[in-house]
Design a protein around this ligand. Structure first.
Ligand code: FES
Length: 678
């Protein structure tokens, strides 16, 4: 059928049932993104005869004989469309994965719709920006200064990738042309919370037209590893296999089907016959610690570095200083409460994905949506016994991370499939798989006991933290340690005690997520502080002022204060709240306001390491090579600023190559808010 896309007429036949999104991407229009494939997020927005549609829920045949405009076709002869310029001037993006859809919807709004932007844009979701920068862009508010001759620091520098992001030229993980012989990988996931896989009958699946092969636990390397990525791999327990003969949560991988198309691979998964031996399961971390509870990793030895497999304990923290019981006894008022936090998904708009292939020299290449290309390469080498120089991991631009991509969730199974078949292999999580197969934030139950004198001076802080690690221990130790220490490190109290437990349960594994445990424990401690303030008839600001650590006081064994702005910070926030800066102008909403105090100690205990190289570029300026991945974190902007400042030039003179293990020696990764510092 003829379809005109951005003024170019294609003659192409959609497959039966094919949606417009995949049809356009197969024609090479990669500005059309996938966020949900359910018509919810708007990342796939295109114009059909000038009107925006979600192409993931639009049948491809409806485009026959009609004009389709994708983000690549929005610019005119004079350059980018005014709306694309506005997004640049307001920097109305971070990772930019939602930006093509945002821009295409924004250009279609009429004056009435512009008056109610929240309603008009409700079909386009952004995970990164909080929408303020997007609203500013649509409203024509500028946030960056265009004059590139200005100093590198002390101003709002634009993201170097901005022009590519707003015009749809930025390339994300799967934005590459299909390779010859490409196989699509789909995962069969467990319907049981705890079961032993007795057998997998692949005969019917292998009979599905287009299915090439099936990988089952018998194909998996026996080696245990952790999906978590840290500079020191010993930080996390080795409790995971590529395909484990025991499944420990609903959604765990059981088998992988490789086929010529995604549809055939899915049909192959449906045709697999699996016999399970159901095992007892435990879902609550308190119950999982009790004697007699089903053990998730009772089969693991000391090499797995699990704190106590006989109690389902991934990690335990017991810390105290002073005399906590004495401090509580001496208090005029004691306050105890328990706070629970829920499971949360990172919901990066780009789902987890990877494409792997062998190059002519037999080297394994993986293009992946990752925050840690170098650590992922090292893990793959360990897992498959390959030398470092035989494995390359790269990512061009990543569509959001938030800690969720500090994991190896696709690369191991794709690597296994490439090594087995010798063919290129592609795996892309569906949005549903993000929720059932990718780690979430650790749900926690935190009991806080505070003792205080009548004037609010704290005499004791006592914390009990129970963290639900889920079925595997990735990140659970680090999250527990960060969460337990820093949430009370900011308070000057002589008597403190923390007992923390990260506990295996037959639920989705938890993992790294912005704040790394602190969000949960800070919520609990600060809520308890507010409740204490109320009981003592003290202003919450005053209670903090009486107890926060001072500029000359020791905070933590390995933390030294370089500067101290806590007093000013409290003053500024209090003044803003008293002014009512955030009160709705028309009184249409009833809103609550409050304050909370938090610190994060972002330098991981065993360090981050990175190499960088800068050389004159033959075309002028300089070429800076770094390993850090860019997923909206802004490190590329800062790297250009740092280089420009040192060389006495403007950031625009710095071209950056990044996040490719073939380009530079090492980079620990972009996580823990350390990308710029490293
Ligand atoms: Fe909107 Fe990342 S910038 S999802």
């Amino acid at each position: 059928m003829p379809v005109t896309v951005n003024g170019i007429t294609h003659q192409a036949e959609p497959r039966p049932g094919q949606c417009l999104r995949t049809f356009l991407r197969e024609l090479g229009w990669f500005g059309v993104k996938k966020g949900c494939d359910a018509g919810d997020c708007g990342a796939c927005t295109v114009h059909l005869d000038g009107l925006p549609v979600h192409s993931c829920v639009t049948p491809a045949f409806r485009a026959e004989g009609r004009e389709v405009t994708t983000i690549e076709g929005l610019a005119g002869p004079d350059g980018p469309h005014p709306m694309q310029r506005r997004f640049l001037e307001a920097q109305g993006f971070q990772c930019g994965f939602c930006t093509p859809g945002m821009v295409l919807t924004a250009v279609s709004l009429n004056q009435a719709q512009l008056q109610d932007l929240a309603t008009a844009m409700k079909g386009n979701l952004c995970r990164c920006t909080g929408y303020r920068a997007i609203a500013d862009a649509i409203g024509g508010i500028q946030h960056v200064e265009r004059d590139e001759s200005l100093a590198a620091f002390g101003r709002s520098a634009p993201a170097p990738a901005g022009p590519a992001v707003v015009t749809g030229k930025a390339r994300y993980t799967l934005d590459i042309a299909s390779q010859a012989g490409l196989l699509h990988l789909k995962l069969l996931r467990s319907p049981h919370a705890h079961a032993r896989i007795v057998s997998v009958d692949t005969a019917a699946a292998l009979g599905v037209p287009g299915v090439h092969s099936v990988l089952t636990p018998t194909d998996s390397p026996a080696r245990l590893f952790s999906t978590a990525r840290h500079e020191n791999p010993l930080d996390d327990p080795d409790d995971t296999r590529v395909l484990d003969p025991v499944v420990r949560f609903i959604g765990q991988r059981v088998a992988a089907v490789l086929a010529d198309s995604e549809a055939a691979a899915e049909a192959g998964c449906r045709a697999l016959r699996v016999e399970y031996e159901i095992l007892p399961a435990v879902f609550d971390p308190e119950a999982a610690m009790q004697p007699g509870a089903p053990l998730l990793h009772g089969d693991k030895g000391p090499d797995a570095r699990i704190h106590d497999p006989s109690r389902n304990l991934v990690a335990e923290v017991q810390m105290s200083c002073g005399d906590p019981d004495g401090g509580l006894a001496a208090a005029d008022h004691r306050h105890t409460a328990t706070y629970t936090t829920q499971r949360l998904q990172h919901a990066a708009l780009e789902t987890h994905a990877a494409i792997g292939w062998l190059d002519e020299a037999g080297g394994l290449n993986l293009r992946s949506s990752t925050q840690t290309p170098f650590l992922t390469r090292r893990a793959l080498c360990d897992l498959f016994g390959l030398p470092l120089e035989r494995v390359r991991v790269l990512c061009e631009r990543v569509g959001g991370g938030f800690g969720g991509k500090q994991e190896m969730l696709t690369e191991d199974i794709v690597a296994l499939a490439v090594l087995r078949t010798g063919r290129p292999v592609r795996l892309e999580f569906t949005r549903q798989e993000q929720f059932i197969g990718a780690p979430s934030r650790h749900p926690m139950r935190v009991t806080v006991t505070l003792g205080a004198r009548r004037d609010g001076t704290l005499t004791a802080i006592d914390l009990r933290v129970v963290s639900n690690a889920g079925a595997y221990g990735n990140h659970s130790g680090g999250v527990l340690h960060h969460g337990c220490g820093e949430c009370i490190g900011v308070y000057r109290c002589p008597n403190k005690r923390v007992a923390g437990y990260a506990v295996y349960t037959n639920t989705l594994p938890s993992g790294a997520f912005r704040g790394y445990g602190l969000s949960q424990t800070v919520f609990a401690v600060e809520s308890a502080m507010d409740e204490l303030a109320r009981a003592l008839h003290l202003d919450p600001f005053e209670l903090r002022r009486r107890n926060v650590i001072g500029p000359d006081q020791e905070m933590h064994d390995d933390v030294q204060m370089g500067s101290y702005g806590l007093t000013q910070c409290l003053d500024l926030v209090e003044a803003a709240l008293r002014r009512g800066d955030d009160a709705p102008p028309d009184g249409s909403w009833r809103i609550g306001q409050g304050m909370a105090l938090a610190m994060i100690h972002t330098a991981p205990p065993r360090g981050h390491f990175a190499q960088a190289r800068i050389v004159p570029h033959p075309g002028g300026g300089y070429e800076l090579t770094v390993g850090t991945a860019e997923f909206g974190n802004g490190t590329t902007t800062v790297h250009a600023q740092i280089a420009a400042a040192v060389l006495g030039t403007s950031p625009a003179a710095i071209r950056i190559r990044q996040s490719d293990t073939a380009l530079i020696g090492h980079d620990t990764g972009a996580f823990g808010s350390t990308g710029s510092v490293v």
